[in-house]
Ligand binder design. Sequence first.
Ligand code: NOJ
Ligand code: MG
Length: 617
Amino acid sequence: MRHLVIALTACVLAVGGAEDLEWWQRTVLYQVYPRSFKDSDGDGMGDLQGIIEKMDHIKDAGADAFWMSPIFTSPGVDSGYDISNYTEIDPMFGTMEDFEDLIYKANELDLKVLLDLVPNHVSNESEWFVKSVQRIEPYTNYFVWADPKYDENGTRLPPNNWLSYFGGSAWEWREERQQYYLHQFVVQQPDLNYRYKPVAEEIKGVMRFWLDKGVHGFRVDAVSCLYEDRRLRDEPPSGQNGTAPDQEGSLSHVYTHNQPGNYELIHQWREVVDEYTRQDGVARILITEGDSGLNYTFKYYGPKTRPGAHLNFNLFLFQVLYKDADAFAYNETINTWLEHKPDHCWPNWLVGNHDNARVATRAGQALVDAVNAVLLWLPGTAITYNGEEIGMNNTHVSWNQTVDPPGRRAGPQNYSSFSRDPERTPFQWDNSTSAGFSSSNDTWLPVNSNYKQLNLQQQQEASESHYKVYKQLVAERKSKTLQKGKTIAEAVTKEVFALVRELDGEDTYILAVNLGNETTRTDLTASIPSLPTSAAVVVASVGSGFIRGEILNTTEISIPSKGFVGLKGSPMKSHSASFSSSPSSSESWKALFFFFKRWDSAPTVTRCADGHACTES
Ligand code: NOJ
Ligand code: MG
């Protein structure tokens, strides 16, 4: 019933004003996963020269900026998220000169480069940690150290019940120091102690180092975890069914996530990027990976008067990436986020990253174009994970080939439910050796066996392809309407989801997706009466049979199963649509963290308890 109410209520949100938008508001932001983008020297591992070699592709896809997962010196336990030196390039990826070449090439192509800043933790091999274990100043208090507890038999126990994101206690004993240290992720990733003020200053130094090298900002990792409860109180059970007691999902993270200090820290780091923005007027930005549940996500943007991140990743679209998601699910998911967004927060959307299964695997290959269409025509910044523009699939990775820590920890029987390796396999460039990723057959993760049919070159040459659809969708984004127009997201029927963008005096953009299993004929004007009655096809899904330029009647559109059509029509008739608030969704959509539902059933994870991260259901 609730769905029906929402379906019938048009939601209109104004985005942007008359002023020109900043580059980061207009852009498609592309995520490069450096290990898997392009290997230039044949060692089976991606590298910076590889990124330089293939950078034209990022531009060709229509992105104006890209961010890269960590490229810094690291033992590689968590694929580079365990950094031992923040201001050095890992030799595996190349040298500082290679990095400078990369910035040079990016400038030539007018692409902005963002780095991954990982401030919550470092590698246990970093000098900071090694010295902290030995209580060598100034590092003694750089980490979260705590004394043990003892049970009645005198057995030593961790200070409290906190659990690591990757399973088991979040505390590790160090004999030398006779104390435990906190690690919210793997044992090799000790959490930094932000209650000790010099630590935040160190991170500012790291930011300035890279800003001076010419980057335009940072994607900031795991900011939900920056501060922890000063009193180290036990966390209460989450009550989530089916979660083993040593899995972090069994606890409600009221003392380890979203602590008030986090937002203040982001504000301080924002001031650093703003210093650079003020120098030449070109925005340097922060994109945080904070909790994207409704209760916290907008807090990472900060209040208007004390800004934090420019964007906090919005993972809401992950909720509809399952095979039988219907138009009501799309409608509720999108409108819920838009309705709760404070005016000063700029929208952003993503459908893939290196922590979650790929769209083609979760939602099905048939829906790849439609999902990209929704992503790219929603208001705000669109973020694409490398490979999603060609509809890459998750790759089968055997137990022996598995490297991701949560996968390894789960063991040979269960690793596939936890490992993130399948979405991290090499980019499929062409049908040559290792999909053109490497001259070697021996790559760090296996190449998907479908690469001969599914690769960029094939899609560039084919008369129609996911890539061509993607590019067309991005090209249309340059229009004023898609940049600044109002948004109406609507479930026209259970099967048909419509997204309409409208701007005074400008063409109206209409996207209609058929999520059902059969071809459906629909009258879009039945639920959106202000639509023009005819409009021209500008883009449509592969195999849908629509012809660009063809004029369709919006009262009678026939769309094949899982297909979409994107139309452009004259400005809308004066409409009666109004703001609306979804009646009851806000309470149930609380915490969304970086791991999300991996497979293709309905997203029970969207109903998880307050503060609790959503992993497997
Ligand atoms: C989020 C990153 O996206 C993920 O890959 C990593 O394992 C954790 N943060 C820890 O840094
Ligand atoms: Mg922390």
